[in-house]
Structure formats: C-alpha cells, structure tokens
Write a protein that binds this ligand. Structure first.
Ligand code: PIN
Length: 491
C-alpha cells in the first residue's frame, strides 16, 4: 500500500504536496518522494524514510514549479531499496514521472515483453517501474508531433489491456500536466478535487480525500474504474473511460484498516463503515452468546476504537480505554520482519490494570492477521488481572494473501489460514473469539452506497477480482515470506 498525490496549481506546489504526504503517511512509511516541474525543468527529491525525514528546507527549495506529484511508499513488490522509492522517472517520451499505489500481478510477463519487444530497460524489481515503462511505450507508439489528452487516453487504454492488478496512478509530463488513472476494477482508491483561485480552478488527485480537506479542495468525484484524467496547465480537466471492463470492486481492507477514517472513498465514509462494523459485530455476539457476561469493552488502539464504541453501546456494556499507546512508535503491522514485530508490541502498548482486574473483558481489534500482536495483547490483559478475555475482530478471518497492493502475508503466516475459529481462539489464548461475517462487513461498507455493492474481498474469500496467472500465488509464497523479506532488507 502506498499513497499518491498530484497537484496542478497557479503557484508553487511543493509545500502543498509535502503536507498531503504527511496525511498519507499511514499508507507507507518506508520511503517518500516529490517531483515538480516548472516551464524549464523537472526536480525530484526522494529517499527512504518518513516524510518528515526525507524532506528538509534545503531539498524542498529545489522543488520548483506549479505542478507536481508525490508518493509515500510501503513495498509490496520488489525490495526495501533506495532505488525503488517513487516517483519513478523515464526520459523518453517527453520525460514522464510516475507514482503508483497498488500491485501488478503479471509483471514477469510484462518485463519479458518490455525487454524483448518494446526494447526498454528496467532497473529495479519494482512493478511500478514496469508500469511506467508500459505507459511510456504506449505513449511513444502514438507518434503524433504534439501531445494531446487523447494520445494519453489511447496509451492508457492500451496499458489497461496489458497490465493486470490493482493500480491507482498519478503521473506528470513536464509542460503538459498531471495524469491520473485507476485500474479497471477500481481496487485502489483515487479521488479528484478542485479549488477556485482567482477565477481559475486548481486541481488535486489523491489516494484519500483527507488531502483535499487539508487544502480546502472540494471533491469532484472519484476517478472511476478504468478511467483516466488529465489536468492540463490551462486549468482544464479532461476525462475518459479507458477500459471496456468497468467492474468496480474497491478493496474492502481500505475500510477495515488502511484508510484514515476521515476519508471518503468511492462515496463511502470510512468512519461510518467502521461504526456499522461495530454494530453488526455486537449483533453477532448477542446472537452467539446471549449471556455473554461481558463487563467492559476495551479497544486496541487506534483503528478499532470507532467500531468498539457502538459495539459496547449495543451490548449495553461499559466502554473503557484499557491500553495506552506510545504514539511515537510506528505501526507494528507494517514493519517488515517477524522478529521486529514480536518485540515491538510491549514497547507500543501498556495496560491500565484497574480496567481489567477481576473482569470479563471484550478486546476489540480491526482485524487479526498474523495473530502475533493479538496473542501478546490477550496475554497482557490476563497479566493485568482479567477474569476472562474475549476477543472481537471487526473483520472476518484473514485467510488468503492480498495481491493488489496490501502487504498481507502469505497464507501460511496467517493465523486463520486453514484453521477453524476454535483453533484460532486456542492459538491466541482467548476464552472466545468473535469474528465479523463477510456479508456483515460488506453491508457495513456498502449500506449507504447506490453504486457499490461488491468489493475486493480476496483475503477473506479467496476470490480474486482479476484473472490470476497459473502459479502466481505459489511464486508469491517464495517471494513474500518474511525470510525473503529479511534477506532483501538486511533486517
Ligand atoms: C491498528 C492496526 N491493526 C491492528 C492492523 C495484528 C493485526 N493488526 C492489523 C491489528 S492501528 S496481528 O491502526 O495501528 O491502530 O493479527 O497480525 O497480530
């Protein structure tokens, strides 16, 4: 998962993009980058690290110009390598920079085609560099003297036929404008906003609407699945559907965990979806265990809090904060390497004993993925004196890998893979585990939406929304297990 943003303004954009990246930091903490351009030239600053560490007053000064794009990165394909921070640049044609959120699942084939047929050279293991080169190649093929939005749309139509997977992309062409496009299933999010300044519109494309809020842009709409948008320097917006397939299946994990809850994705409030997840989970608990005896509902900070509040209310039970989070430590879930993860839970969370002592408690989390932090948290609750520890997950059991851009472990690292809920409960050391059902999760997310009734739910259902090549999932096991990751990151 990554965060992307693109801005066309009448004044300098670097500081606007920088601030957007700070509110997209949760989408990737591994690397960050900004590319801008003025009439003459393009400037690019990118490196490994948090947004606040990558940029400083000196290097931001280099970022001149009224148009630009930015990226926060968490690696899904490729390695944790400085060369793979984004945006990526390719010189020909026109000099294109591109930033990508998502994951392509046919990169092996594309790499082969790019090398053997398109005569293009790829320097890194990143699928985003592959995507950029497919775009560059298709644009080059248009072979007109002057670049027009129609040429860009023709190139993206061809790209959508070649690339399979999840992608939300922003790109910049110096002297021309900013381009945004989304895969034909709209798996990864991308929204467009505008702001009237001196009687002209300025535009922003971003992974999440929180970027628009930050700078006072109004939402125009989400980029539609398979649609491409070009924002030109004359303050015009050009949009075109660039795919025959238009089967909207946004990633449901954006609503469970990844997006900020103040964001609106595909017209769905993340906050409202999480509130409903709490209500449906309460109904399930009441159904499964009418005499539950729960005395207090305790959220595991932070994401689950929004679901835990209505859950407690519907159960008619007290809601209490029982864990204090050290807010200066990053999210454990997205730290590569199992060892690091195990160590960090106690550094990150501490229990307030008096909320646990002698009580039957219900802990609530947004999801259970590997089960490693959940196990330790249940243990902490017991050490704090809880009489019984129940555990509720606002998401169903995560049993399969995510292949569209979320760094979800391979099956055998998932605690729910090939296990029943009772077996999971035993491994976690809980007295009982309550999971959301998939249909309740889907209805919690889609209830207010006129258009979206289906999502990419593959990590729960094993049903992938695109074709998945033979052997892809097996190759992934080899590529993405923690050991391979440690080798590639040196951790
Ligand atoms: C919570 C994020 N959330 C916590 C991510 C832990 C799974 N984990 C997914 C639970 S927050 S585990 O956003 O940091 O507040 O099952 O892999 O142990």
């Amino acid at each position: 998962m990554c965060g992307v943003v693109g801005v066309v303004s009448q004044t300098e954009v670097a500081s606007i993009i920088y601030e957007c990246l700070t509110v997209l930091q949760h989408r990737g903490q591994d690397a960050a980058g900004i590319a801008t351009c003025d009439k003459r030239s393009m400037a690019l600053v990118k490196d490994n690290g948090l947004v606040r560490d990558v940029f400083n007053s000196d290097n931001v000064k280099k970022l001149h110009g009224n148009i630009g794009i930015g990226h926060t990165r968490y690696p899904t394909a490729g390695g944790d390598n400085r060369l793979e921070s984004q945006p990526f640049y390719v010189n020909s044609p026109y000099g294109i920079v591109l930033a990508h959120n998502g994951n392509l699942i046919n990169t092996t084939q594309l790499r082969k085609e790019l090398f053997e047929e398109d005569r293009r050279h790829i320097n890194t293991g990143s699928d985003s560099e592959v995507l950029l080169n497919v775009f560059a190649h298709e644009l080059q093929k248009c072979n007109e003297p002057k670049l027009t939005p129609n040429m860009v749309f023709t190139a993206i139509t061809a790209l959508n036929k070649r690339c399979i997977g999840g992608y939300a992309v922003v790109a910049m062409i110096p002297g021309k404008g900013i381009i945004g496009f989304r895969d034909p299933n709209g798996i990864r999010p991308l929204i467009i906003g505008r702001k009237l300044v001196n009687q002209n519109y300025e535009y922003m494309l971003a992974s999440e609407s929180v970027c628009l809020d930050l700078h006072g842009y109004e939402i125009i709409s989400d980029v539609q699945p398979g649609e491409a948008v070009m924002l030109t320097l004359d303050s015009k917006i050009h949009r075109q559907q660039c795919s025959d397939v238009n089967n909207h299946r946004p990633c449901i994990f954006e609503f469970v965990y990844f997006s900020r809850e103040d964001s609106i994705i595909d017209n769905i409030s993340v906050h409202k979806a999480r509130l409903r997840m709490g209500e449906t989970l309460a109904d399930k608990i009441l159904n499964e265990m009418p005499d539950h005896g729960i005395e207090v509902v305790i959220p595991i900070p932070d994401t689950s809090r929004t679901s835990a509040i209505p859950l407690a209310y519907r159960l008619g039970v007290k809601f209490r904060e029982g864990f204090v989070k050290n807010r200066y430590i990053g999210r454990t879930f997205i730290m590569p390497g199992q060892e690091e993860r195990v160590k960090s839970v106690r550094r990150k969370l501490n229990a307030i004993d008096l909320e646990f002592r002698g009580k039957t408690v219900l802990l609530v989390d947004d999801s259970i993925v590997r089960g490693t932090t959940s196990t330790q948290i249940i243990q902490m609750a017991r050490e704090a004196g809880a009489k019984k520890v129940y555990f509720a997950s606002a998401a169903p059991p995560v049993r399969y890998p995510n292949i569209y851009g979320i760094d979800m472990p391979v099956s055998k690292e998932l605690v729910a893979f090939d296990r029943t809920e009772d077996e999971i409960c035993e491994i976690l050391g809980a007295d009982k585990v309550f999971y959301q059902t998939l249909s309740d999760l889907v209805s919690a997310c889609s209830k207010d939406s006129k258009y979206i009734k289906n999502f990419d739910t593959s990590c729960f259902s094993n049903e992938y929304v695109t074709e998945v090549g033979d052997g892809y999932l097996n190759d992934l096991e080899l590529l993405r297990n923690d050991k391979a990751k440690q080798e590639s990151t040196g951790l």
